[in-house]
Design a protein around this ligand. Structure first.
Ligand code: AMP
Ligand code: GLY
Length: 423
């Protein structure tokens, strides 16, 4: 099978690493990939959101199967275009991807299908939005409807702050995405990410992961794409999985099919574990990054047959995935200054040495090679240092030992407390 994997982050490096272990994979090409992916697969210099070039490439290269990593090409209808050409593809259509691209759609969908989520309302007028604050209690949760690169959510401690934030939403702080605003009740509880594959009708649970959204230790600093992850999450048991499947994921896949937008791909459910049970915070319609990296390291069985079965609507015939009981931690190394301004092209050494250390596997994110072969940083999040161990403590120790003793990148930083809460 000739496969095109779209994307170029740590998520895609981990997917490529896993897919290449499958006997079904004859040739893997990644667009655009990164320096780490280029060591194991072919890369083609097409951006993940360049739909026309991706479509031409797929046709010219006779690609049999396309796997879409990030959300941008989903939102731009890449899957719809591939479906029209009859090319097998893993990922939701533009309409099904609205579960990620429109928070208002998702909240209304939850109401229509009785899926537990925070009480909310949707506003397109500033005055109405401000008036609704009077019906809610602090802290106030304000969300731009559309994609806002993970920055479209504001938790305002006081009504005054909430009102001033609303002024900014409606005066274009998030562009179009902010002209429609969801205001919702603040949920108390522990936040967790849960993943499941869907084939349009059937949904198959994968596993949970814990991410670390804030830039600095102790959950301080600005929100980022994710500074680390680990799995399994202590106390997350089979009963919880069944509850999440019954109350959230199964009604979602049924509801999307009923509404004429069957969901094929991966559900990345952001959940709040509240006293009243799990509630949906948000959906993403793709794997999480850096969560995917820990999932791929824990997966012991071939992943490709599952992706193919989901894409063909045949998950009922697919083998159940088997997961390692060994915990995995992933520590993200980012360029100094991330998520703000940062320098590019700073040299990185020691990745090969890290990969030789027991239990360690480095996945690249924003990296590239210069003409003379030097590995350099090419983005904000740059390396994922993953490690497994017989305990989470051992996994954490291995990851940080690799960072401290092998990786030589003076212009990068990482959080020092990834997965510490699992101890
Ligand atoms: P989202 O982009 O919807 O996942 O929101 C970003 C983050 O804001 C979430 O990961 C939560 O930490 C927080 N958050 C969002 N909605 C709520 C809510 N209703 N109650 C409490 N925290 C929330
Ligand atoms: N780690 C969060 C995300 O992939 O959106």
């Amino acid at each position: 099978m000739k496969i095109l994997l779209v994307g170029g982050g740590g998520r895609e490096h981990a997917l490529a690493w896993k897919i290449l272990q499958s006997p079904l994979c004859k040739h893997l090409i990644c667009a655009p990939g990164n320096a780490g992916i280029a060591e194991i697969a072919d890369c083609v210099n097409i951006a993940a959101d360049d739909i026309e070039s991706l479509i031409s490439f797929v046709q010219n290269e006779s690609i049999n199967f396309v796997i879409v990593g990030p959300e941008a090409p989903l939102a731009l209808g890449l899957v719809d275009r591939l479906n029209a050409l009859g090319i097998l593809c893993f990922g939701p259509t533009e309409k099904a991807a609205m579960l990620e691209t429109s928070k208002a759609f998702t909240k209304d969908f939850c109401t229509r299908h009785n899926i537990p989520t925070a009480r909310y309302d949707v506003f397109t007028e500033l005055a109405d939005a401000k008036a609704y604050l009077g019906e809610m209690q602090a802290p106030y949760v304000l969300k731009a409807d559309g994609l806002a690169a993970g920055k479209g959510v504001v938790i305002a401690e006081t009504r005054e702050i909430a009102e001033s934030e609303l002024n900014e939403f409606f005066s274009g702080k998030f562009g179009e995405a902010g002209s429609c605003v969801v205001i919702e009740e603040f949920m108390h509880g522990h936040e967790i990410s849960f993943f499941a594959l869907a084939d349009g009708n059937i949904v198959m649970p994968l596993i949970e992961a814990q991410d670390h959204k804030r830039a600095f230790d102790g959950d301080k600093g600005p929100n980022t794409g994710g500074m680390g992850a680990y799995s399994p999450v202590p106390d997350f048991d089979q009963t919880t999985v069944e509850l999440i499947m019954e109350t959230i994921l199964e009604p979602t896949v049924r509801g999307m099919a009923q509404e004429g937008a069957p969901f094929i791909g991966v559900f990345f459910a952001g959940l709040m574990m509240t006293n009243e049970g799990p509630k949906l915070i948000e959906y993403n319609a793709r794997f999480g990054d850096p969560e995917c990296q820990v999932l791929m390291r824990r997966l012991r069985t071939d992943f490709l047959p599952l992706l193919i079965a989901a894409s063909k609507g045949e998950l009922d015939k697919a083998p159940q995935p088997q997961w390692s009981f060994n915990p995995v931690a992933n520590v993200v190394m980012a360029a100094n200054g991330y998520p703000g301004a940062y320098e590019k092209d700073t040299p990185i050494k020691g990745v090969d040495a890290a990969n030789l250390m027991e239990g360690v596997q480095v996945f690249h994110a924003g990296t590239k090679r210069t003409d003379d072969g030097q590995l350099v940083a090419a983005g904000g999040r740059v390396l994922n240092i993953t490690a497994d161990g017989s305990t989470i403590e051992q996994a954490i120790t291995r990851a940080y030992t690799a960072i401290d003793q092998a990786i030589d990148w003076p212009d990068g930083f990482c959080r020092r407390d990834i997965a510490k809460q699992a101890l």
